[in-house]
Design a protein around this ligand. Sequence first.
Ligand code: CAA
Length: 284
Amino acid sequence: MNIKKVGVLGAGTMGSGIAQVCAEAGLEVILVEIQDSILQQALSKIGASWQKAVEKGKIDSTIKASREALLKSSQDLSSFKDCDLVIEAIIEEISVKKKVFKAMDEICPDYTILATNTSALSITEIAAATSRTDRVAGVHFFNPVSVMKLVEVIPGSDTSHSTIEAIVNLTKAIGKEPVVAKETPGFIVNRILNPLVNEAALAYQEGVASAEEIDKAMKLGAGLPMGPLALADMIGLDIVLHVTEYFFNEFGESKYRPALVLKQKVRAGHLGVKTGKGFYDYTK
Ligand code: CAA
Protein backbone atom coordinates (compact mmCIF):
# COMPACT_ATOMS: atom_id res chain seq x y z
CA MET A 1 0.00 0.00 0.00
CA ASN A 2 1.26 3.44 -0.93
CA ILE A 3 0.36 5.93 1.79
CA LYS A 4 -0.53 9.36 0.36
CA LYS A 5 -2.86 10.87 2.93
CA VAL A 6 -2.07 10.76 6.62
CA GLY A 7 -4.34 11.68 9.51
CA VAL A 8 -2.84 12.68 12.85
CA LEU A 9 -4.96 12.71 15.99
CA GLY A 10 -3.74 15.02 18.75
CA ALA A 11 -1.84 18.28 18.23
CA GLY A 12 0.41 18.13 21.29
CA THR A 13 4.18 18.00 21.01
CA MET A 14 4.29 14.63 19.26
CA GLY A 15 1.19 14.96 17.05
CA SER A 16 2.18 18.38 15.73
CA GLY A 17 5.72 17.14 15.05
CA ILE A 18 4.41 14.09 13.17
CA ALA A 19 2.02 16.25 11.10
CA GLN A 20 4.89 18.62 10.31
CA VAL A 21 7.34 15.95 9.08
CA CYS A 22 4.65 14.26 6.98
CA ALA A 23 3.72 17.55 5.24
CA GLU A 24 7.43 18.29 4.72
CA ALA A 25 7.71 14.96 2.90
CA GLY A 26 4.94 15.96 0.49
CA LEU A 27 2.11 13.96 2.03
CA GLU A 28 -1.41 15.28 2.45
CA VAL A 29 -2.02 15.66 6.19
CA ILE A 30 -5.12 16.23 8.25
CA LEU A 31 -4.35 17.15 11.87
CA VAL A 32 -7.31 16.61 14.18
CA GLU A 33 -7.42 18.07 17.68
CA ILE A 34 -10.53 18.49 19.81
CA GLN A 35 -9.23 21.53 21.72
CA ASP A 36 -9.08 24.58 19.48
CA SER A 37 -6.42 26.40 21.56
CA ILE A 38 -4.02 23.40 21.29
CA LEU A 39 -4.70 23.12 17.55
CA GLN A 40 -4.01 26.82 16.94
CA GLN A 41 -0.83 26.63 19.03
CA ALA A 42 0.39 23.64 16.99
CA LEU A 43 -0.36 25.29 13.65
CA SER A 44 1.45 28.46 14.61
CA LYS A 45 4.45 26.46 15.90
CA ILE A 46 4.65 24.53 12.61
CA GLY A 47 4.24 27.77 10.62
CA ALA A 48 6.99 29.44 12.65
CA SER A 49 9.32 26.50 12.03
CA TRP A 50 8.76 26.72 8.23
CA GLN A 51 9.20 30.51 8.36
CA LYS A 52 12.51 29.99 10.19
CA ALA A 53 13.58 27.52 7.47
CA VAL A 54 12.83 30.20 4.82
CA GLU A 55 14.82 32.82 6.74
CA LYS A 56 17.75 30.41 7.09
CA GLY A 57 17.62 29.80 3.30
CA LYS A 58 16.86 26.08 3.78
CA ILE A 59 13.61 26.28 1.76
CA ASP A 60 12.06 28.98 -0.43
CA SER A 61 8.63 30.51 0.06
CA THR A 62 7.11 28.32 -2.69
CA ILE A 63 8.02 25.18 -0.73
CA LYS A 64 6.63 26.75 2.44
CA ALA A 65 3.37 27.51 0.63
CA SER A 66 3.11 23.97 -0.76
CA ARG A 67 3.65 22.52 2.73
CA GLU A 68 0.96 24.81 4.11
CA ALA A 69 -1.43 23.66 1.38
CA LEU A 70 -0.77 20.02 2.29
CA LEU A 71 -1.49 20.53 6.00
CA LYS A 72 -5.19 20.76 6.86
CA SER A 73 -6.69 20.81 10.32
CA SER A 74 -10.00 19.94 11.91
CA GLN A 75 -11.68 19.33 15.26
CA ASP A 76 -13.72 16.44 13.89
CA LEU A 77 -12.68 12.76 13.78
CA SER A 78 -14.77 12.24 10.63
CA SER A 79 -12.09 14.21 8.72
CA PHE A 80 -10.14 10.92 8.72
CA LYS A 81 -12.70 9.32 6.37
CA ASP A 82 -10.35 9.19 3.34
CA CYS A 83 -6.95 8.73 5.04
CA ASP A 84 -4.64 5.83 4.14
CA LEU A 85 -3.07 5.96 7.58
CA VAL A 86 -4.10 7.62 10.84
CA ILE A 87 -1.52 8.11 13.60
CA GLU A 88 -2.96 8.70 17.06
CA ALA A 89 -0.87 10.80 19.46
CA ILE A 90 -3.20 11.60 22.36
CA ILE A 91 -3.05 11.02 26.12
CA GLU A 92 -1.42 7.75 27.27
CA GLU A 93 -4.60 6.35 28.82
CA ILE A 94 -5.55 2.93 27.50
CA SER A 95 -9.31 3.48 28.05
CA VAL A 96 -9.25 6.76 26.08
CA LYS A 97 -7.19 5.23 23.28
CA LYS A 98 -9.56 2.26 22.98
CA LYS A 99 -12.57 4.57 22.73
CA VAL A 100 -10.89 6.65 20.04
CA PHE A 101 -9.75 3.60 18.03
CA LYS A 102 -13.29 2.20 18.11
CA ALA A 103 -14.61 5.52 16.77
CA MET A 104 -11.93 5.75 14.07
CA ASP A 105 -12.63 2.13 13.05
CA GLU A 106 -16.23 3.12 12.39
CA ILE A 107 -15.29 6.29 10.44
CA CYS A 108 -12.40 5.06 8.29
CA PRO A 109 -12.68 2.85 5.19
CA ASP A 110 -11.47 -0.75 5.39
CA TYR A 111 -8.11 -0.02 3.81
CA THR A 112 -7.07 2.61 6.42
CA ILE A 113 -4.23 1.61 8.72
CA LEU A 114 -4.72 2.84 12.29
CA ALA A 115 -1.49 3.44 14.19
CA THR A 116 -0.67 4.62 17.68
CA ASN A 117 2.32 6.68 18.77
CA THR A 118 2.08 5.18 22.27
CA SER A 119 5.45 5.01 23.98
CA ALA A 120 4.65 1.98 26.11
CA LEU A 121 1.06 0.70 25.97
CA SER A 122 -0.07 -2.59 24.40
CA ILE A 123 -0.74 -2.39 20.66
CA THR A 124 -2.74 -5.64 20.83
CA GLU A 125 -5.07 -4.20 23.48
CA ILE A 126 -5.63 -1.01 21.46
CA ALA A 127 -6.18 -3.05 18.25
CA ALA A 128 -8.77 -5.22 20.02
CA ALA A 129 -11.07 -2.18 20.21
CA THR A 130 -11.35 -2.28 16.39
CA SER A 131 -12.63 -4.73 13.79
CA ARG A 132 -9.34 -4.49 11.82
CA THR A 133 -6.72 -5.93 14.16
CA ASP A 134 -4.52 -6.81 11.15
CA ARG A 135 -4.37 -3.11 10.21
CA VAL A 136 -3.39 -1.64 13.59
CA ALA A 137 0.23 -1.10 14.66
CA GLY A 138 2.51 1.04 16.80
CA VAL A 139 4.52 3.79 15.14
CA HIS A 140 6.60 5.48 17.81
CA PHE A 141 8.36 8.78 17.03
CA PHE A 142 10.86 10.58 19.27
CA ASN A 143 10.97 14.10 20.61
CA PRO A 144 11.83 16.47 18.90
CA VAL A 145 10.17 14.71 15.96
CA SER A 146 11.70 16.93 13.29
CA VAL A 147 15.23 16.11 14.48
CA MET A 148 15.15 12.53 15.80
CA LYS A 149 15.71 9.95 13.06
CA LEU A 150 14.30 6.85 14.72
CA VAL A 151 10.78 5.48 14.46
CA GLU A 152 9.98 2.25 16.30
CA VAL A 153 7.43 0.16 14.41
CA ILE A 154 5.54 -2.32 16.60
CA PRO A 155 3.24 -5.08 15.39
CA GLY A 156 0.44 -6.22 17.67
CA SER A 157 -0.35 -9.94 17.85
CA ASP A 158 -2.64 -9.80 14.75
CA THR A 159 -0.86 -7.10 12.70
CA SER A 160 -0.27 -8.24 9.12
CA HIS A 161 3.05 -8.22 7.34
CA SER A 162 1.66 -5.84 4.70
CA THR A 163 0.64 -3.31 7.39
CA ILE A 164 4.17 -3.31 8.83
CA GLU A 165 5.64 -3.06 5.34
CA ALA A 166 3.43 -0.03 4.52
CA ILE A 167 4.44 1.73 7.76
CA VAL A 168 8.14 0.93 7.30
CA ASN A 169 7.98 2.34 3.76
CA LEU A 170 6.21 5.46 5.00
CA THR A 171 8.81 6.12 7.70
CA LYS A 172 11.57 5.84 5.09
CA ALA A 173 9.65 8.16 2.74
CA ILE A 174 9.56 10.86 5.43
CA GLY A 175 13.31 10.55 6.01
CA LYS A 176 13.22 8.46 9.20
CA GLU A 177 14.96 5.21 10.13
CA PRO A 178 12.52 2.47 11.16
CA VAL A 179 13.34 -0.31 13.62
CA VAL A 180 10.73 -3.01 14.10
CA ALA A 181 10.42 -3.97 17.77
CA LYS A 182 8.44 -6.62 19.61
CA GLU A 183 5.45 -5.52 21.63
CA THR A 184 6.85 -5.23 25.15
CA PRO A 185 6.54 -2.34 27.66
CA GLY A 186 8.57 0.62 26.35
CA PHE A 187 9.71 -1.29 23.22
CA ILE A 188 13.46 -0.55 22.83
CA VAL A 189 14.29 3.09 23.53
CA ASN A 190 12.01 3.85 26.47
CA ARG A 191 12.77 0.44 28.03
CA ILE A 192 16.37 1.57 28.34
CA LEU A 193 16.13 5.38 28.45
CA ASN A 194 13.34 5.72 31.01
CA PRO A 195 15.15 3.86 33.83
CA LEU A 196 18.19 6.05 33.11
CA VAL A 197 16.11 9.22 33.50
CA ASN A 198 14.45 7.84 36.66
CA GLU A 199 17.87 6.96 38.10
CA ALA A 200 19.05 10.53 37.45
CA ALA A 201 15.96 11.79 39.32
CA LEU A 202 16.81 9.43 42.23
CA ALA A 203 20.40 10.72 42.30
CA TYR A 204 19.05 14.29 42.33
CA GLN A 205 16.61 13.38 45.12
CA GLU A 206 19.44 11.88 47.20
CA GLY A 207 21.46 15.06 46.78
CA VAL A 208 24.29 13.34 44.91
CA ALA A 209 24.71 16.59 42.93
CA SER A 210 22.67 19.46 41.53
CA ALA A 211 20.57 19.04 38.36
CA GLU A 212 23.20 21.00 36.42
CA GLU A 213 26.02 18.81 37.71
CA ILE A 214 24.19 15.53 37.08
CA ASP A 215 23.44 16.62 33.51
CA LYS A 216 26.98 17.91 32.94
CA ALA A 217 28.40 14.61 34.23
CA MET A 218 26.20 12.52 31.93
CA LYS A 219 26.95 14.71 28.90
CA LEU A 220 30.70 14.81 29.41
CA GLY A 221 31.14 11.41 31.02
CA ALA A 222 28.66 9.31 29.07
CA GLY A 223 28.52 11.23 25.80
CA LEU A 224 24.79 11.95 25.93
CA PRO A 225 23.59 14.82 23.67
CA MET A 226 21.71 16.32 26.62
CA GLY A 227 21.61 15.53 30.33
CA PRO A 228 18.89 13.14 31.59
CA LEU A 229 17.16 15.77 33.74
CA ALA A 230 17.04 18.32 30.91
CA LEU A 231 15.74 15.50 28.70
CA ALA A 232 13.04 14.67 31.28
CA ASP A 233 11.98 18.34 31.23
CA MET A 234 11.83 18.26 27.43
CA ILE A 235 9.80 15.00 27.28
CA GLY A 236 7.47 16.23 30.08
CA LEU A 237 7.72 14.95 33.66
CA ASP A 238 4.10 13.74 33.51
CA ILE A 239 5.00 11.47 30.60
CA VAL A 240 8.22 10.26 32.25
CA LEU A 241 6.29 9.47 35.45
CA HIS A 242 3.49 7.76 33.54
CA VAL A 243 5.91 5.51 31.64
CA THR A 244 7.89 4.70 34.83
CA GLU A 245 4.70 3.79 36.72
CA TYR A 246 3.58 1.67 33.78
CA PHE A 247 6.89 -0.24 33.81
CA PHE A 248 6.65 -0.68 37.60
CA ASN A 249 3.16 -2.19 37.25
CA GLU A 250 3.83 -4.27 34.13
CA PHE A 251 7.22 -5.74 35.10
CA GLY A 252 6.41 -5.86 38.84
CA GLU A 253 10.05 -5.14 39.68
CA SER A 254 11.22 -2.59 42.24
CA LYS A 255 13.97 -1.34 39.93
CA TYR A 256 11.28 0.56 37.99
CA ARG A 257 9.86 2.35 41.07
CA PRO A 258 9.41 6.05 40.19
CA ALA A 259 11.53 8.60 42.05
CA LEU A 260 9.45 10.54 44.58
CA VAL A 261 10.77 13.83 43.21
CA LEU A 262 9.09 13.04 39.87
CA LYS A 263 5.74 12.55 41.61
CA GLN A 264 6.17 15.73 43.64
CA LYS A 265 6.97 17.84 40.59
CA VAL A 266 4.02 16.42 38.66
CA ARG A 267 1.68 17.01 41.62
CA ALA A 268 2.91 20.63 41.77
CA GLY A 269 2.19 21.05 38.05
CA HIS A 270 5.90 21.47 37.27
CA LEU A 271 5.98 19.31 34.14
CA GLY A 272 9.15 20.68 32.53
CA VAL A 273 9.59 22.94 29.51
CA LYS A 274 5.87 22.96 28.63
CA THR A 275 4.82 24.50 31.97
CA GLY A 276 7.94 26.62 32.48
CA LYS A 277 9.32 24.64 35.43
CA GLY A 278 10.63 21.13 36.02
CA PHE A 279 14.13 20.22 37.17
CA TYR A 280 15.05 23.61 35.67
CA ASP A 281 13.29 26.98 35.60
CA TYR A 282 12.46 28.10 32.04
CA THR A 283 10.60 31.25 33.08
CA LYS A 284 13.74 33.34 33.68
N1 CAA B 1 12.21 21.08 18.34
C1 CAA B 1 12.54 21.18 17.04
N2 CAA B 1 13.81 21.33 16.59
C2 CAA B 1 14.77 21.38 17.53
C3 CAA B 1 14.51 21.27 18.91
C4 CAA B 1 13.16 21.12 19.31
N3 CAA B 1 12.80 20.99 20.59
N4 CAA B 1 15.68 21.35 19.59
C5 CAA B 1 16.64 21.50 18.66
N5 CAA B 1 16.11 21.50 17.42
C6 CAA B 1 16.81 21.63 16.16
C7 CAA B 1 17.47 22.98 16.04
O1 CAA B 1 16.59 23.94 15.46
C8 CAA B 1 18.63 22.67 15.11
O2 CAA B 1 18.17 22.64 13.76
P1 CAA B 1 19.04 23.27 12.58
O3 CAA B 1 20.32 22.45 12.54
O4 CAA B 1 18.17 23.07 11.38
O5 CAA B 1 19.26 24.70 12.96
C9 CAA B 1 19.04 21.22 15.48
O6 CAA B 1 17.88 20.68 16.14
C10 CAA B 1 20.21 21.17 16.43
O7 CAA B 1 19.89 22.01 17.53
P2 CAA B 1 20.95 22.59 18.56
O8 CAA B 1 22.28 22.76 17.87
O9 CAA B 1 20.36 23.79 19.23
O10 CAA B 1 21.02 21.55 19.70
P3 CAA B 1 21.65 20.11 19.78
O11 CAA B 1 22.61 19.82 18.70
O12 CAA B 1 22.05 19.99 21.20
O13 CAA B 1 20.39 19.14 19.53
C11 CAA B 1 18.67 17.83 20.46
C12 CAA B 1 19.24 19.24 20.32
C13 CAA B 1 18.34 17.26 19.10
C14 CAA B 1 17.39 17.96 21.29
C15 CAA B 1 19.74 16.93 21.17
O14 CAA B 1 20.12 17.50 22.37
C16 CAA B 1 19.26 15.52 21.40
O15 CAA B 1 19.34 14.67 20.54
N6 CAA B 1 18.78 15.25 22.63
C17 CAA B 1 18.26 13.95 23.01
C18 CAA B 1 16.82 13.85 22.60
C19 CAA B 1 16.25 12.52 22.95
O16 CAA B 1 16.84 11.67 23.60
N7 CAA B 1 14.99 12.33 22.53
C20 CAA B 1 14.26 11.13 22.83
C21 CAA B 1 13.35 11.41 23.98
S1 CAA B 1 12.42 10.00 24.42
C22 CAA B 1 11.05 10.11 23.46
O17 CAA B 1 10.80 11.04 22.76
C23 CAA B 1 10.16 8.94 23.53
C24 CAA B 1 9.01 9.04 24.39
O18 CAA B 1 8.10 8.28 24.15
C25 CAA B 1 8.89 9.89 25.58
